[in-house]
Design a protein around this ligand. Structure first.
Ligand code: ZN
Length: 60
C-alpha cells in the first residue's frame, strides 16, 4: 500500500524511481543494469510488438 509496484521491463526486478530510468520508447522503467543493453532493445521491440497486436482491429 502506497508503494509503487514498479518493475524493470527487461529483467522484471523491482525498481524504484531512484534506481531506474523511464524508457521513452515504451514508457516503462528500466533499471541501471539493463539500461543501454541489447536486452533492453530486444524487450523494447517485444513490448512494441505486443502493443501493436492490441491495435490490430482484425478488419483486414
Ligand atoms: Zn533490469
Amino acid at each position: 500500500m502506497g508503494t509503487l509496484n514498479t518493475r524493470c521491463f527487461v529483467c522484471k526486478k523491482a525498481v524504484t524511481p531512484e534506481t531506474s530510468t523511464l524508457n521513452p520508447v515504451v514508457n516503462l522503467p528500466v533499471c541501471q543494469v539493463c539500461k543501454g543493453t541489447g536486452a533492453e532493445q530486444k524487450e523494447e521491440k517485444d513490448v512494441l510488438d505486443s502493443l501493436a497486436d492490441g491495435f490490430v482491429c482484425g478488419c483486414i
